[in-house]
Design a protein around this ligand. Structure first.
Ligand SMILES: *[C@@H]1O[C@H](CO)[C@@H](O)[C@H](O)[C@H]1NC(C)=O
Ligand SMILES: *[C@@H]1O[C@H](CO)[C@@H](O)[C@H](O)[C@H]1NC(C)=O
Ligand SMILES: *[C@@H]1O[C@H](CO)[C@@H](O)[C@H](O)[C@H]1NC(C)=O
Ligand SMILES: *[C@@H]1O[C@H](CO)[C@@H](O)[C@H](O)[C@H]1NC(C)=O
Length: 568
């Protein structure tokens, strides 16, 4: 502090110098602090072999005479080479250590009778014990021994009493003090969600799903439970004269009360009319165009029309248990004067709103076989991806009929790395007009919503617009007034990106080439069939890796300005 910039030797340098100056035993202070038995364990971890406790080379069971050579006792340290040469055999040929160990040292003694004079051979070998189950590694030291319980003594009694001396023994930390305050009242906002089975509330009571409760007659007291998908059928008595006044035959009865978004909330969700199907007396059903229209029961020529035969509710909710949409699909029918009762069917289903992000196709590079991700770039925001079924880049899907006009709408996703070709046949008759035909074919080839951008990586984020490659459109055509498209080819150029060991596939350019031909007017009565094709090709344009040499490291010498202080 006194002379900053002068004596500023970094602290770790000081420590290092100190360490060098320390005598070796102090440097190795940590291991020597351990008790003897754990030192053995540490060694076992390092070498997978416990250190031998007994030195087998010094064990000798046949050494009976003190300071004298025992005959044929090959391990007797008192015997001289001359005495060994007179032995006939080794009475104890092998001396081993602890047989409870997985591996042990063994001292093997033998006589080399071929030598002149015969001599004793001594070998120290490692034996593996095959008859015991060996665990060679352990990394959980605490599990190796059981801690013996502390016995109460006059000295430790108070400590033990503090630790264990409550009415009930608990191993939980003291901070979990349970007998203080009562638990906090649950947050009012937290309870504002529907839970499974809770009746779906409406402004007057709850959403009713009529059902046969005691008999087969409809009872309107059955509440629809949240997330409980149900389907019921029941019977109602009817009569043509009174049909306009029977509430349960009126569409309005099923939709006029709004649903509460969450229980006890003031936020309402109107029940919209999703569709209306009208069933005629002979059972024919027709879907009414332009739903949203209320059709109330009305009497006409001894018939009563527009009475409710079936209602199907469809509720959409979020993962926080809030209802955000409710729709009802109706089946309306007619009754004659003779009818005394009708059967009504009711249904309710719940769908969670799709909050899942569009799945990735690799991380970071594309994985072969996963969809090529694509989207649009509306000005002023990130890329938007369609979450619809053929959500990504797609091509025309061949159908069994091969009919182009019937194939409209069927699309297959473009999968990374898979070259695909599909097609259909177009029958052209003299009556066909050029312009609508060209538009239809374009729709067949490109689909309704051909994307503008393709993600360069499998994990490109929608907000990183620069990570998305615009699709380049090329058009090959002939000069004429009537052109119809006959082929649509997508070429995806990609490179290997990143290290040689784990290269990642990255799309760098996508071109879509539309080829059109001139449609010649056919003489009337004649027809012609032309093939229409759609294809996708993946081209690897990575340049091959070339061997290179690392530049020699250069030394960048920079001495501190006070390096020679105090000498200069
Ligand atoms: C519930 O949430 C609203 C808005 O999120 C907040 O204004 C209100 O204070 C919250 N009420 C409670 C009891 O936390
Ligand atoms: C809904 O309609 C039924 C019959 O049409 C009527 O009794 C009920 O009061 C209406 N409810 C509301 C909230 O308008
Ligand atoms: C629900 O319906 C009522 C009455 O028809 C209407 O005033 C209100 O705007 C509707 N609410 C919504 C969110 O559509
Ligand atoms: C892709 O390649 C085509 C043809 O080589 C070229 O015209 C186009 O500009 C390229 N697109 C991009 C985004 O580089």
């Amino acid at each position: 502090m006194a002379a900053p910039g002068r004596a500023a030797i970094p602290v770790h340098t000081l420590l290092f110098i100190l360490l060098l100056l320390l005598p070796p035993p102090l440097r190795a202070a940590e291991p020597s602090e351990e008790p003897a038995d754990t030192r053995g364990a540490a060694q076992a971890r390092a070498h997978c072999v416990p250190a031998p406790i007994t030195d087998v080379a010094r064990l000798c069971v046949c050494d009976l005479l003190v300071a004298q050579c025992d005959v044929n006792c090959c391990c007797d340290p008192d015997c001289s080479p001359e005495e060994f040469s007179l032995f006939t055999a080794c009475s104890v040929p092998v001396v081993t250590g602890d047989r409870h160990l997985c591996r042990q040292k063994a001292a093997v003694y033998s006589l080399d009778v071929g030598a002149d004079p015969p001599e004793r051979i001594f070998q120290l070998i490692d034996q593996v014990n095959p008859s015991i189950f060996c665990i060679h590694a352990t990394n959980y030291k605490q599990a190796l021994y059981l801690k013996s319980p502390e016995m109460p003594t006059p000295e430790n009694f108070d400590d033990l009493l503090n630790e264990f001396g409550s009415a009930a023994f608990s191993a939980e930390p003291e901070s979990w003090n349970t007998d203080t305050d009562a638990p906090d009242p649950p947050d009012a906002n937290e309870t504002q969600r529907y839970e499974y089975g809770v009746p779906v509330q409406t402004e007057d009571a709850f959403l009713r799903l009529p059902s046969p409760v005691v008999s087969s007659w409809c009872s309107d007291a059955n509440p629809a439970g949240f997330l409980v998908n149900q389907a019921t059928k029941c019977i109602r008595s009817v009569s043509v004269e009174k049909c306009e006044s029977i509430q349960a035959l009126n569409m309005l009865f099923y939709i006029n009360s709004s649903i509460l978004a969450v229980p006890k909330s003031s936020q309402m969700v109107n029940i919209s009319v999703q569709s209306i199907v009208v069933q005629s007396l002979d059972g024919m059903r027709t879907l009414l165009k332009g739903a949203d229209v209320l059709r109330l029961p009305m009497i006409l020529d001894e018939l009563c029309l527009n009475i409710v035969l079936g209602v199907s509710y469809h509720i959409t909710y979020t993962d926080t248990g809030e209802i955000i949409e409710a729709a009802a699909a109706f089946v309306l029918g007619a009754i004659t004067k003779e009818a005394l009762s009708i059967q009504q069917s009711f249904q309710i289903s719940f769908t969670q709103v799709d909050t899942k992000p569009v799945p990735l196709s690799g991380n970071p590079g594309y994985v072969v076989g996963l969809p090529v991700r694509a989207g649009f770039w509306p000005q002023g925001s990130g890329i938007t991806q369609s979450t619809n079924k053929p959500s990504q880049l797609s091509i025309l899907q061949s159908t069994s009929t091969q009919d182009c006009l019937a194939a409209q709408g069927a699309r297959a996703p473009v999968l990374f790395g898979y070259n695909m070709i599909s097609g259909c046949k177009l029958r052209i008759t003299a009556a066909m007009k050029c312009q609508p035909l060209a538009q239809t074919l374009l729709d067949v080839l490109k689909g309704q919503n051909f994307p503008e951008y393709v993600a360069s990586f499998g994990n490109s984020q929608a907000q990183d617009v620069l990570d998305w490659v615009p699709i380049t459109h090329l058009h090959i055509s002939e000069q004429s007034s009537c052109q119809i498209p006959v082929s649509f080819g997508i070429e995806v150029k990609w490179t290997k990106y990143g290290s040689l060991v784990n290269p990642q596939a990255r799309i760098v350019n996508v071109t879509a080439t539309l080829t059109t031909i001139t449609l010649k007017q056919l003489p009337s009565g004649r027809e012609r069939t032309i093939p229409v094709t759609s294809s996708v090709v993946f081209t690897d344009i990575s340049s091959p890796a070339e061997p290179g040499y690392k530049a020699w490291p250069t030394i960048n010498i920079k001495l501190p300005f006070d390096f020679f202080y105090p000498f200069v």
